[in-house]
Design a protein around this ligand. Structure first.
Ligand SMILES: [Fe+2]
Length: 166
């Protein structure tokens, strides 16, 4: 096949969408544990504000997990939601370790994981839009909105010397 031959897209859009939703489900599930570990083990002078704020992030992540899993069930499929499946399918790896969680390690994790989740939600939104999967697009945009809101708080906390980008 030369470079001018069109690439055949034989992959069923519905299956591609389901695969991406399962990747997002797995990634959010790993992130859920990372956020809770940071909430429990955080040790810094701003503990009084960061400790409860991390639980608001956690609440949103749990809602997103439930929304993704139930959207998969609406397609008459079953979510790949066991812990083992989530560890295998996740686009992020756990970085939290036992013991104290410093401000640096907590916020490095948050920036890295929120960035990846926003990328996945954005890709899912685009794919759903191209295939007129409107409820999936609503789901993806809702996750993007929630995670972008938290990224705004993260960037304002990490870099207070200049306004955050994006
Ligand atoms: Fe708590």
């Amino acid at each position: 096949m030369d470079e001018n031959t069109p690439v055949q897209h034989n992959i069923d859009p519905k299956q591609s969408c389901l695969k991406l939703m399962n990747t997002l489900l797995a990634t959010l599930t790993v992130f859920e544990r990372e956020v809770k570990m940071a909430h429990w083990n955080y040790m810094a002078t701003d503990f009084v504000s960061i400790h409860p704020w991390l639980d608001t992030v956690h609440d949103d992540v749990c809602q997103c997990i439930d929304d993704v899993a139930e959207e998969i069930r609406k397609s008459l499929c079953f979510p790949q939601g066991t812990l083992q499946e989530c560890l295998t399918n996740s686009a992020i790896q756990p970085t939290m370790t036992p013991g104290p969680c410093t401000k640096e390690s907590a916020f490095a994790m948050l920036v890295m994981d929120l960035t990846k989740i926003r990328e996945l939600a954005d890709a899912l939104s685009t794919m759903a839009d191209e295939n007129k999967f409107w409820t999936v697009q609503d789901l993806a945009n809702g996750i993007l909105s929630k995670m972008s809101h938290h990224m705004y708080f993260v960037k304002n906390t990490v870099n207070t010397s200049k306004p955050p980008e994006d």
